[in-house]
Design a binder for this molecule. Structure first.
Ligand code: TNX
Length: 615
């Protein structure tokens, strides 16, 4: 990575050459804030300026689709739309060039004053080249309305870029709370902006079955709805009574799923379905009680259930027949290489006392219920791999022996991923320590209710899917990383966005960019530019990283000082003591000494004005 002078020169119009577009505009590196950070970026002199005469030159329908993503934006914000053509004009064009020497997903973006060339070996590379180009344009390109007096200039650069990991994912739990299809499509747009390429949909859990299955209509008729107890804390919701009406919920029809999958594909994203088993399935058992050991009726729970004992029976053949039928329909709808079958958090007390399960243990010469779960998962793995797909499961699938072709998603920490990779299996790292976006991202008293643990932005930025203690061989099995957004405490789409952004921005950089390029200060300054894009895109991101925190420090002489800070370096914090007014605030330059009861009022300032939450 080269460094460039920091001073900002915007020389504006130095010369105009007959046509409007040959303006001389000079950018500096500070004007460039692409996230995730490209591998190599060289700033050149000058700029390319888009105008109504600009042409996108494509070969074939796929490139046309990619070009359309940006040309449509110009239609909205500029009132004109660059033409998409197949022949190269003399200048003022963006051309896609196939370059088979580049690896999958890699791209080269060359911006010169008279033309832009995006080179790649295929769809994803072209798409990522375009996404980088989009981030080089003024943030107004993201606006939903016509923008006046904007010069659509892009700095002359040469970018050579490719991802560090091939799995760059986000999981949405659409079971604990259901989110409409339109929101899922919006999340896909957000993922594409960050060059993420996997959307994992957690479609099944105790509190709701969210995908239409033709052969088992009750899964959604019954399993998709619960008694509405949304006014109560998730873990304080009483068991529903048969007299109560299940009205709260929803599901994706087959048509919805097809639309989501197709939309995601256009944005370079694979949608990986998760069909949980053998636990987290009370919604299915509510629909078809015979799937459990006891076969007794249950209702879809309205909130938390712990421990999870109401699970599929692993003894009856009919359970496997059901699951194979369900997975067959799921695989018809999702072309993804990976099919996630959950496997987590099964409490197997019912298996201990179930005659069917005990018979199975005996017949298969298994050591007990742990190995019975392993039998269960191995059977599913055989079925899934017979269809040419790869089974993926949470790290519990290691217990009692891992199925031969399985890939492991390591969530309880890194240990599962470590072990599975040592056994020669591929892994996706999603440790709770860095990747759980249902955890708090700021001080609890200034945040909406969340799962009671803490994953601030800077913690996410420290994530590394490869652990130091892994051998080179193990590291080779790490496909990448993923954030998980469990939705027990997230009832609305705007709240969901709040939990995703900007932590997704940090995660995207950890799974795309080179590890040695990680630089918190540089990241936060680029992030501030990204916030402008989020504003225009109507994304409800969290400003939690700006929240001012106060820590008291006591030295050995009992002197007390108060340290103020935010997650952002160089924040302009100002404060007043006791009853002072913020308009008279003085800049915070270091720890504040206090010797008696003192009230400190502090705020972040921008352009001499207090912004965000004050403390
Ligand atoms: C653990 S991660 C779970 C989920 C919860 C989550 C809450 C995993 C495989 N299981 O069922 O929603 O914790 O953070």
């Amino acid at each position: 990575m080269r460094t460039f002078p920091i001073a900002v020169f915007l020389l504006g119009l130095i010369f105009t050459c007959g046509c409007d577009r040959r303006q001389k505009i000079t950018f500096t590196e500070n004007d460039i804030s692409v996230i995730p950070k490209p591998k190599e970026l060289e700033l050149r002199d000058g700029a390319f300026v888009f105008n109504s005469e600009t042409v996108f030159v494509v070969t074939g329908e796929e490139q046309g689709k990619i070009a359309g993503i940006l040309t449509r934006k110009f239609r909205t914000v500029a009132g004109w739309e660059p033409e998409i053509a197949t022949s190269v004009p003399s200048g003022n064009y963006v051309a896609f060039r196939k370059d088979d020497s580049l690896q999958d997903e890699a791209y080269k973006l060359q911006v010169a004053e008279n033309r832009i060339i995006i080179s790649a070996n295929g769809y994803s590379g072209f798409l990522y080249g375009l996404e980088s180009l989009r981030q080089l344009l003024p943030a107004e390109i993201e606006s939903p309305t016509l923008q006046k007096d904007i010069t659509w200039a892009v700095p002359a650069v040469e970018i050579k870029d490719s991802p560090r990991f091939r799995w760059r994912g986000l999981m949405l739990d659409v079971s604990r709370h259901f989110f409409p299809k339109e929101y899922v499509l919006k999340v896909i747009d957000g993922l594409a902006l960050h060059k993420m390429n996997v959307l994992h949909l957690h479609l099944v859990d105790d509190q709701g079955w969210r995908i239409e299955i033709k052969k088992y209509p009750k899964l959604t008729e019954v399993g998709a709805y619960r008694v509405d107890k949304e006014d109560m804390h998730w873990n304080a919701r009483p068991e529903p009574k048969p007299s109560e009406n299940p009205t709260y919920g929803g599901f994706y029809s087959r048509e919805d799923i097809k639309e989501i999958v197709a939309y995601a594909k256009e944005k370079g994203i694979e949608v990986v379905p998760e069909i949980e088993m053998p636990a987290h399935v009370m919604s299915a058992i509510a629909a078809y009680p015979e799937l459990s050991c006891k076969g007794e009726p249950v209702m879809v729970p309205s909130g938390g259930v712990w421990p999870i004992t109401e699970i599929y029976c692993a003894g009856k053949e009919s359970t496997f027949e059901f699951l194979e039928n369900v997975l067959t329909e799921v695989m018809d709808l999702f072309p993804s290489k990976y099919i996630h079958v959950g496997g987590d958090e099964a409490t197997k007390t019912n298996w201990e006392s179930c005659p069917h399960c005990q018979k199975r243990i005996k017949e298969e010469a298994l050591s007990g219920v742990e190995e019975l779960q392993s039998y269960f998962m191995k059977r599913m793995e055989k079925f899934i791999s017979s269809k040419g797909r790869v089974m993926l499961g949470w790290d519990e699938i290691l217990e009692g022996g891992l199925a031969p072709g399985a890939t492991v998603m390591s969530w309880r920490g890194i240990q599962g991923g470590w072990e599975a990779s040592e056994q020669g299996h591929d892994v996706v790292m999603t440790p709770v320590s860095h990747c759980y976006f249902d955890y708090y991202q700021g001080p609890q008293d200034s945040e909406p209710l969340a799962f009671g643990a803490f994953t601030p932005l800077n913690k996410v930025y420290e994530f590394d899917p490869v652990v130091d203690s892994m051998s080179v061989k193990q590291a080779g099995h790490v496909l990448g990383g993923q954030a998980n957004l469990w939705s027990e405490y997230i009832p609305t789409t705007s709240h969901s966005e709040y939990m995703i952004y900007p932590r997704l921005t940090a995660l995207a950089e950890t799974v795309w960019s080179a590890k040695e390029d990680r630089d918190w200060k540089d990241f936060t300054s680029r992030l501030e530019q990204m916030f402008k894009r989020y504003d225009k895109l109507g994304i409800n991101y969290a400003g939690s990283a700006y929240t001012i925190t106060a820590d008291a420090e006591v030295d050995k002489n009992q002197n007390i000082t108060i340290v103020l800070g935010t997650e952002f370096p160089d924040t302009d914090i100002r404060y007043v003591l006791n009853d002072g007014d913020l308009s008279a605030a003085r800049p915070y330059t270091g720890p504040i000494a206090v010797s008696e009861t003192t009230t400190i009022k502090a705020s972040r300032f921008e352009d001499e004005k207090p912004v965000g939450k004050s403390l």
